[in-house]
Design a protein around this ligand. Structure first.
Ligand code: ADP
Ligand code: MG
Length: 382
């Protein structure tokens, strides 16, 4: 009998990572009333762990014993999934950790990722976790000089949408509506974001390999030398993206939805291995706000001509600072790296406007290199 029992499949072991504060506080209730009862019926083994502080999920994923779990299931919003991705990919054994399937059961106020993957309903998401079917997931790798690398599974953004996303945090109690409110406020008080954006054509994608440089054994960064401020222009085949020379919106999206109710386009797949960049220099209020009012949920947002799009294999962003504000004739964009001493003080330059938004997390607006790691992780799908 003992030998026969060994032939039986071992029940899969899931670890539920529940953020009791996620969204409007629904995660705990969803877990108790939907997820755990369904999982008990399924006969698989699971453990539940509450996050106890901000970024706790990074630590959980960083330390989890890969011999003891078969999948990590996030019960929260995009923020905690982002933390789990980063916890896994910054492990010394990331090569193995990146193959651990991750799933999301939406219980946050920002559920763009679950909506994109098709697990918007907690029931469907729980069934997906129980069934265990996985798909490949592309990951963006974001590098800045002298800072730990950040990984993203959803979006990177700079400009109006980024500021609205980050500022919306204070309207958390509104649920997904918080993004609309913050967006309108930001469109009224529109800022310009000067800088240069260079893109690498997709066909020049390079193979991912392991490297022991800089941050230990991390997924390699192919164009790390471009992070040096001394590199003024990246060499061909990098090309400069047109600008005014400012942008009002830059958005790099890995899937169809930028928010639970912001259906961008169904031409983007989370596993197509391509980076798509949407950008705009539009400054007229109605031109910006109208597409979001009319087409926010129907996938036609990009058809109104508000944003241009481009496919790329890599992106280098060199944020600038606007020319001397006291000189009305100066529209020159300065590279902050080249501005020194007195001049910097006079212009009061610390950073370019706004923040870089990575899946809802903030990065400073400094020179940034983004590369794609195609099909790098495994995500549970319905
Ligand atoms: P939402 O979609 O509502 O924003 P997220 O999944 O994005 O939900 O989580 C929001 C934030 O909550 C994350 O930045 C996470 O680090 C933080 N967090 C998780 N657990 C706790 C906790 N116990 N106390 C405070 N913050 C937490
Ligand atoms: Mg969030």
């Amino acid at each position: 009998l003992a030998r026969e029992l060994q032939v039986l499949p071992k029940p899969r072991r899931l670890l539920l990572i529940v953020n009791p504060n996620g969204g409007v506080g629904l995660a705990k209730k969803t877990s108790d009333t939907v997820i755990k009862p369904m999982m008990r019926l399924s006969g698989l083994t699971f453990k539940e762990q509450y996050t106890e502080y901000g970024k706790h999920a990074v630590d959980i994923a960083h330390k989890v014993d890969l011999d003891q779990v078969d999948a990590l299931i996030v019960v929260s919003g995009d923020g905690v999934l982002h933390e789990v991705v980063n916890g896994l990919l910054t492990r010394p054994d990331w090569e193995r950790a990146r193959r651990l399937p991750v799933g999301i059961i939406p219980a946050g106020s920002g559920n763009a990722f679950a909506t994109s993957v098709g697990t918007k309903s907690p029931y469907v998401a729980t069934l997906a976790a129980i069934r265990g079917t996985t798909a490949k997931l592309d990951i963006f790798s974001l590098s800045q000089l002298d800072r730990p690398r950040i990984y993203s599974m959803l979006l990177f953004s700079w400009g109006m949408m980024a500021d609205a996303d980050i500022e919306s945090d204070k309207y958390r109690w509104l649920g997904p509506l918080r993004f609309d409110i913050a967006g309108v406020i930001r469109a009224i008080r529109l800022r310009r974001y000067p800088g240069k954006v260079y893109v690498l054509p997709p066909k020049h994608k390079r193979e991912i390999s392991s490297s022991s440089s800089e941050h230990g054994h991390a997924p390699v960064i192919s164009y790390g030398d471009l992070l040096q401020p001394s590199v003024q222009e990246p060499p061909k085949p990098w090309r400069l993206l047109p600008s005014m020379p400012y942008y009002t919106m830059l958005l790099l999206l890995n899937c169809s939805h930028a928010g639970e109710k912001i259906f961008f386009t169904n031409t983007i797949r989370f596993n197509d291995g391509i980076m798509r960049l949407w950008y705009s220099c539009e400054t007229r209020f109605w031109k910006i706000i109208l597409p979001f009012m009319v087409d926010q949920t129907n996938g036609k947002l990009i058809h109104r001509g508000l944003m241009q799009d481009t496919e790329c294999g890599g992106i280098l962003i060199v944020p600038g600072v606007e020319g001397d504000p006291e000189d009305p004739n100066s529209h020159e964009i300065k590279d902050p790296d080249s501005v020194t001493g007195q001049e910097a003080k006079r212009l009061d330059i610390h950073q370019a406007p706004g923040v870089f938004d990575v899946d809802g997390e903030v990065m400073p607006t400094a020179r940034l290199l983004i590369e794609i790691l195609p099909s790098f992780m495994e995500i549970l799908v319905p």
